[in-house]
Design a protein around this ligand. Structure first.
Ligand SMILES: [Mg+2]
Length: 326
């Protein structure tokens, strides 16, 4: 069968209260339709300008894929990257990610198998999860959210922090006091600090028993991350800001991270994600997939739940968002 149509849906929904941010959460969903009428859906991590990624789908990638065999996912992935001219980043990588996930969705439908079976997974039926919804919000709210996470059963929590450094140091201590020693904590400033501040922060987190520090510096500063990691204060994590498996592998090769966290919706879909996962496994680096929590509030989260596909509520929600965005 061949690809008959691609449609890009730039979406937006209000920021959740826990994020501490204003405005909207944005994302991109791509629908790939085959000649026999099946639809596959893919979602990109596209927080800044999903309209840009949608334009790339419509103007460049859709003409490339129309009439192609939807099962030739690896070859189509390479064609898409070449069509955008290397190095592919930003909206281009987001567009490829959404299309690639949609193609995997179609393959799963054709073979009547979930994606983890198609990927010949590692035989685990359960994986540890951490709560990632303590945003940069007032202290009392942050404590309340942390306590709610514990009440829900989470035994690992990510704490979002932000400059100034003194405030960040106070926040990580506050949450440790709130949840006690029995809950594992990690901290994530989303690249907001410079090197001296990151060193101070890492030392304090180590004193408080935090498990890792995520993106303490600009994630593009691979040399800086490697220099900080060489101090061995506590493990560093990064990867969500990578727009292809080569970037993720470069983080590992440079010694910049102890934990790799690519996002399937940004690194090139399931194809790019698995290339990074295989590299990490080969190099013995732990792997913890990133998935923007706020994004999961968008209706297309149903793409992971096959029974939801084509549901009236999904389509109604998607169409409603599309009409408000265009
Ligand atoms: Mg992060």
């Amino acid at each position: 069968m061949t690809i008959a149509a691609l449609t890009a849906y730039p979406l937006a929904t209000p920021q959740p209260a826990w994020s501490g941010r204003s405005g909207s959460v944005k994302g991109l969903v791509v629908e790939v339709v085959t000649k026999d009428g099946r639809s596959g859906f893919g979602e990109a991590f596209s927080p800044a300008a999903p309209q840009a990624a949608a334009s790339i789908v419509e103007a460049t990638l859709s003409p490339l894929l129309l009439g192609a065999d939807e099962n030739a996912i690896g070859g189509l992935w390479e064609q898409m990257r070449r069509a955008l001219v290397t190095p592919v980043g930003g909206a281009g990588a987001e567009a490829i990610s959404a299309i690639d996930i949609a193609l995997w969705d179609l393959l799963g439908q054709r073979l009547d198998a979930p994606i983890h079976t198609l990927l010949a997974g590692h035989g685990r039926s359960r994986v540890p999860a951490y709560a990632s919804f303590i945003g940069w919000i007032p202290d009392a709210q942050a404590v309340a959210v942390a306590e709610r996470a514990v009440a829900l059963g989470f035994r690992q929590i990510k704490v979002k922090i932000s400059p100034p450094l003194d405030a960040a140091l106070a926040r990580v201590a506050l949450i440790r006091d709130a949840v006690g020693e029995g809950v594992a904590l990690v901290a994530d400033p989303n690249g907001a600090f410079d090197f001296p501040a990151a060193v101070t922060l890492a030392r304090r987190l180590a004193e408080l028993g935090y498990l890792w520090l995520e993106e303490p510096l600009d994630p593009a500063d691979v040399a800086g991350l490697a220099r900080l990691n060489a101090h061995g204060i506590l493990p560093l994590a990064a990867g969500e800001s990578e727009y292809g498996p080569r970037g993720a592998i470069a983080l590992v090769s440079a010694g910049a991270v102890d934990l790799l966290q690519p996002d399937c919706g940004r690194i090139g879909g399931i194809t790019g994600f698995m290339r990074a996962a295989m590299a990490a496994a080969s190099l013995g680096v732990p792997f913890a997939p990133h998935h923007a929590g706020a994004r999961s509030r968008l209706p297309p989260r149903c793409i992971w739940r096959r029974r939801c596909r084509n549901s009236a509520s999904w389509n109604a929600a998607c169409c409603a968002h599309r009409s408000t965005m265009t």
